[in-house]
Write a protein that binds this ligand. Sequence first.
Ligand SMILES: [Ca+2]
Length: 213
Amino acid sequence: MAFRTRLRQSILALAISVSLSGNAQSAFYDVVMDTTGLSGSAAQLAVDLVDGDGTVNNTLSISGFTTDGSLGGVTLTGGASGSLSAGAGIADTDFFNEFLQGLTLGNSIRFRLDSSSNLAAGAAVPDRISVFLLDSAGLPLVTTTLLGDALFTLDLDGSADGLLDVTAGTNPPLGLSVKVPDGRAPEPGSDVLLLLGLAFAVAFGKKQVRERG
Ligand SMILES: [Ca+2]
């Protein structure tokens, strides 16, 4: 392969990586559920990641999980992995990816979601995180105002902290708060990549290098 061809391909690859990393964001969401009204119920906590933009470009982790209930088995679908005790994560490797934790509810559930928020250039539909509380048969344990009776959804639209939509009401009542602490920040390294990409583009002046989207 001629050097100039390899160089051109390398620059194009770099330009694409800059385009993807330029809007790389990451944010924490602290979730607190008051499940006192459902204490003793057999339940499943479902954390879903649906790949809306058709590109493998987002991951989330579930950490700091605490409850006074008792944990049951885990069902992993698609890019879900791990466990609440060892560290759980979901990548958008498939269209539907789910971490499903069986448990018997106590008075409270707490955990932290740490998610990237990337949207592929030109994509019309963002990736979406949805969190549900289901019964042991997989049906909604609470009725909410969101699609599929989700407790909250987070659209990974490429903004600093995604588009968070927390349910306006539940039946039976369920105390729920989803807070973004001060820890939000762009992913480390994205600015460095962007500057590196600009330096290459300027140095070689290739017409082929174009920002996507
Ligand atoms: Ca995706």
